[in-house]
Design a protein around this ligand. Structure first.
Ligand SMILES: C[S@@+](CC[C@H](N)C(=O)[O-])C[C@H]1O[C@@H](n2cnc3c(N)ncnc32)[C@H](O)[C@@H]1O
Length: 288
């Protein structure tokens, strides 16, 4: 009896120690002291400077500790094969919500990536490579890791330089985060990287009414259906609004409602878009 218990317990203990020490080793690539920042997309560049300041001061109120409600509800509308892109990913836990898929997060500030690696126990960093994919991604540092079922790459650099084919995009607090003057460039980046027939699931905030400062303020900047239709050209994209949530009355937002009211908004909504890139093979073409 005693021997049997020992036979079971000993390998478990050894396995546990092995897993712990592997995790310690694997975390190295994500520690702040690792390799120097790439010069090609420095964190003080115009697109990233203000965000770097926010990360340095830990002013990351947009960060949710749980998977976003819209992703939970509509993830089935994203392709279940191919790579999923999470642009401007910060340290979102949504990166972990794509089992059996390859996930690519793009983030400009290294502290966000470091914190993601340190905080998510389901995520095991496997490497850091400033040279990887240099042809396609000369402007990025690549951090890799995995969960039990998915492979996650995190590219640190300016999203607008991205060149990686992907089949789906989850965009939350990203399109609304950039300066509105950069929106055409953002859409161009999505168009360049998303395969034909690929899908974008995007959640935006629409500042419908309130004081002029509140309606025109940001980030998050207001993105209405008209804004999206003006930016995503009809020739390339099919656009659908699949949900509109009244933030001032919906239970999902009960904790933030007061903040937005204080900021001067009287009507504020979340819009959920499903945007498909036209083209790609139809099922009857795939089977030919
Ligand atoms: C409002 S946060 C949203 C983060 C994430 N989507 C989430 O839901 O938690 C926007 C993030 O985009 C990053 N960012 C802003 N501009 C960027 C750019 N041009 N390239 C890469 N990352 C950028 C910021 O550092 C910040 O972490």
């Amino acid at each position: 009896m005693h021997k049997t218990a020992l036979r079971i317990a000993a390998p478990l203990a050894i396995g546990g120690i092995a897993i712990l020490s592997t995790r310690q080793n694997l975390q190295n690539p994500f520690t702040p002291s690792s390799t120097a920042l790439s010069e090609s997309a420095p964190e003080h560049s115009p697109n990233l400077a203000r965000w770097t300041q926010k990360w340095v001061k830990s002013e990351t109120r947009w960060h949710y500790t749980n998977t976003h409600h819209t992703l939970i509800k509509y993830k089935h509308l994203l392709p279940s094969r191919g790579k999923i892109l999470v642009p401007l990913c910060g340290k979102t836990v949504d990166l972990l919500y794509f089992p059996n898929q390859e996930v690519l997060g793009v983030e400009g500030v290294k502290k966000a990536i470091t914190e993601f690696g340190a905080e998510q126990s389901a995520f095991f960093p496997t490497g850091f490579d400033s040279e990887k994919d240099t042809k396609e991604n000369a402007n990025f540092e690549t951090y890799t890791g995995k969960t039990e079922t998915s492979e996650i790459s995190l590219l640190r650099g300016d999203f607008f330089s991205l060149n990686v084919p992907v089949s789906g995009v989850w965009d939350r607090a990203s399109f609304v985060a950039i300066d509105p003057s950069n929106r055409p460039k953002y859409v161009e980046t999505l168009k360049r990287n998303l395969n034909e027939g690929g899908t974008i699931l995007m959640s935006t905030f629409w500042r419908v009414a309130g004081t002029p400062e509140a309606v025109n303020g940001g980030p998050p900047f207001s993105v209405s259906e008209k804004n999206v239709r003006d930016l995503f050209d009809e020739k390339t994209w099919d656009i659908q609004v699949i949900e509109e949530i009244d933030i001032m009355s919906d239970a999902t937002y009960k904790e933030s409602k007061e903040r937005w009211t204080k900021a001067g908004l009287t009507d504020f909504r979340e819009l959920v878009f499903l945007i498909k890139k036209k083209g790609g093979k139809k099922w009857w073409q795939v089977w030919k």
